[in-house]
Structure formats: C-alpha cells, structure tokens
Design a protein around this ligand. Structure first.
Ligand code: GTP
Length: 275
C-alpha cells in the first residue's frame, strides 16, 4: 500500500482477480483444515507454515490487481514470487511427514485388526462382537482419540427386567428380541461405530469422532426406533446412557460408562426415558 498507487477500476483485470482470488480462498481453506484437523506437532507446523507462506504469496498476487507498483521497486516482485516456492517446499516436506505418520498408524491398525480377526469373538445369537473385542476396539479408539484429539463417545444400552420378559414370553421370544435389537443397532448406527454385546442384555456402542451431544441425539433416535421393535404386550424397558470418553484406558472408560448406566437406571443421572 505504501509503495504503490491504487489502480482505476477500468484497469482491473477481472479474470485475473477471479483466478487469484479463488486460489487465495482455497489456500486459506487448506490452512483452516490443517489447523482444525491436525494434532499439534512438528508435521503440523511444517504444513501450517508452508500453507501460510502460500496464503501470503497469493494475497500479494491478488493485491497487485488493485495496486500499481513502480517498476523499480524490486522488493515487491521478490516478496510476491519467493514465498510461494518456499511455501511449496515446506508444505511438501510436511506432506511427506504426514504420509509417514499415516503409514505408521495404518501399520499399527492392521496389526490390531489381524489380532482381532484371529479371535473367534462373535456372539452366535446376535452376530455382534462380545466384551473381549469391545475392550480391544475401545483401547484402539482411546489411543487414536488421544493422538488425534477427536472426541470419542460410548453408548450403553441395557434391557430392564429382561428375566421377567423371558418368563412372560419364553426364552425363544427373548432370543428373538435380542437379535432384532442387535439388527436395529447395526442398521441405525454408522459404519464407523462398533456395536458389541457386552453381556446378556447389555450392549455397548463405540462411537468414534462423536461428542456427547451428538451421541445423545443418536441415542434419542435409537429410542424412537426401538419402540417399534416388538408387538409383545409387555415390551421390555430400555435404559441408555451416553458418555464422552475422557479416560485414558478402555477398561476405565467402560467402567465409567457402566456406572453411568447404573445411575441412569436409578434415575440419579442423565436418563433417556425407558421405552
Ligand atoms: N432369551 C435370552 N435371555 C438371555 C440371554 N442372555 C441373558 N439372558 C437373560 O437376561 C437376564 C439378565 O438378567 P439380569 O442381569 O438380572 O438383568 P435384568 O433381569 O434385565 O435386570 P436389570 O438389568 O437389573 O433390570 C437373565 O434372565 C438371562 O437369562 C439370551 O441370550 N437369550
């Protein structure tokens, strides 16, 4: 602004303004995505400073569409052209770091996945994984959630007086209800969620990238679906509890969620109305 003079509007090249303005906006978008999605660390810093230099360079590029600089001010053309290649180099270095980071995470996930697949952990009635798998998956998610700073929630669901339901309607009806409920959970939750049958009439869903408020909405949605599940006169009541994980181990998180469920049953904590 100090070195140059404002151009007259007839001197504006609107095609250049559009092209350079779009480039600037996209570079700002990259910067925003990096800041909002990456955990703090060296790789993030390389990505951040690389993009920042690009934003700076594209901003100056756009500015000279509106301001005329004197031909003899070399500094302006350096300031305009140098940061872009330097930013690209820094960004590339950051991307290589990101690539290495992702490969290390993938290797770790593949190893765990193999371990999990090698164990026969599926419950034959509901076709859901059981408590052993739940703990292994939850531990993996807790570690990921800590390293990537993404929210992680648990949804716990328990059938009230299921023993009574079995007594009134028979074990076969109880089995049928359990498998219907499992199907409903599988169909209503997202692909990234993992639903497990924790014990006889207690189910736990691990909800990655989900904060407590979103998990609560999912629970309420499930609650509405569950109502239509059985034609039996005496439908079983369900209690659900949701919790955003802040613990650093799977067993501590699960224990806290089960305590919350117990409190929900007694009506002393957050409770979704039983169906
Ligand atoms: N039909 C059927 N019933 C099961 C199965 N697994 C567990 N149950 C029954 O689920 C009931 C669980 O009993 P509890 O843990 O006391 O639970 P509850 O009767 O729902 O009592 P609260 O949870 O305290 O309300 C028992 O009666 C078990 O027989 C199953 O695979 N099929």
């Amino acid at each position: 602004f100090y070195c140059g003079d404002a151009k007259q509007s007839y001197e504006f090249d609107w095609v250049d303004v559009l092209g350079e303005g779009t480039t600037l906006l996209v570079a700002c978008g990259w910067l925003g995505l990096i800041v909002s999605s990456r955990p703090a660390g060296r790789v993030t810093e390389w990505l951040y400073y690389g993009s920042l230099l690009l934003v700076y360079s594209y901003f100056l590029d756009l500015l000279d569409e509106f301001i005329q600089y004197p031909e003899d001010v070399r500094l302006m053309s350096w300031l305009e052209s140098l940061p872009a290649p330097v930013g690209m180099l820094i960004l590339t270095y950051g991307l290589i770091g990101w690539h290495r980071e992702q490969r290390a995470i993938n290797r770790q996930l593949r190893g765990r996945e193999l371990f999990l697949r090698n164990h026969e952990l599926i419950d034959p009635l509901t076709q859901l994984y059981g408590s052993e798998y739940l703990l292994a998956v939850l531990q993996r998610e807790v570690e990921l959630h800590q390293s990537q700073r993404q929210p992680l929630s648990l949804l716990v669901l328990d059938i009230h007086n299921f023993a009574d339901f079995n007594r009134r309607n028979g074990i076969a009806a109880g089995d049928h209800y359990l498998s219907q409920l499992s199907e409903l959970l599988l169909s209503q939750l997202r692909h990234s969620d993992v639903v497990c049958r924790y014990s006889g009439d207690c189910f736990v869903a691990v909800l990655p990238d989900t904060a407590a408020a979103a998990a609560q909405i999912m629970a309420q949605h499930l609650q509405q679906q569950v109502v239509q599940l059985t034609d039996e006169e005496n439908k079983p009541d369900l209690t659900m509890a949701v919790m955003q994980v802040s613990q650093d181990s799977a067993s501590a998180a699960l224990q806290a969620a089960l305590q919350m469920l117990a409190a929900s049953k007694q009506g002393t904590e957050f409770r979704l109305q039983p169906v």
